[in-house]
Design a protein around this ligand. Sequence first.
Ligand SMILES: [Zn+2]
Length: 166
Amino acid sequence: MGNKIIDIKGEEHQTECIACSIRRGEITLPVERIIETENFVVEQDIEYPIEGFWVVVSKRHIHAIDELSEKEVAELTELLIRTRKILRKFWRISRMSLIQEERSECSHFHIWFFPWHPWMLEKWKGKLNEIKEIMNYSKKNFSDSENLENIRSTIERFRKEIENLK
Ligand SMILES: [Zn+2]
């Protein structure tokens, strides 16, 4: 069973797996690649323009943490720590929420990094149940082209920093 999706150019595609199609460059969605390792990618979906709101995605089709191989566990741990360091260093993020959802409709294991920026903590308390509201708030208020361009150029800068941290 495939998925029908419309990409940013307005073209319609039929795909077995959206994540795999993005990675192979078959479709273009507003997703920015930050780093790629042997078994994982770190990406930002700029539909929700929050700096550092990144997702670590497995390349393999698996759902749960207990399906990871030993090698993947080591690679993932190293990647999570490296990403956390970057977020602390560049945005002074002192508080993060890491979310791992096992969803049957997404066939790639993934962990969300939700950074609690100071501007969020002025308005919200830093609780999990507030995240969806903040995502919608960001989409509504920060989706102008200037801000999206800012996020893209920041990612460009951090791509190098993340590589160097290795
Ligand atoms: Zn896939």
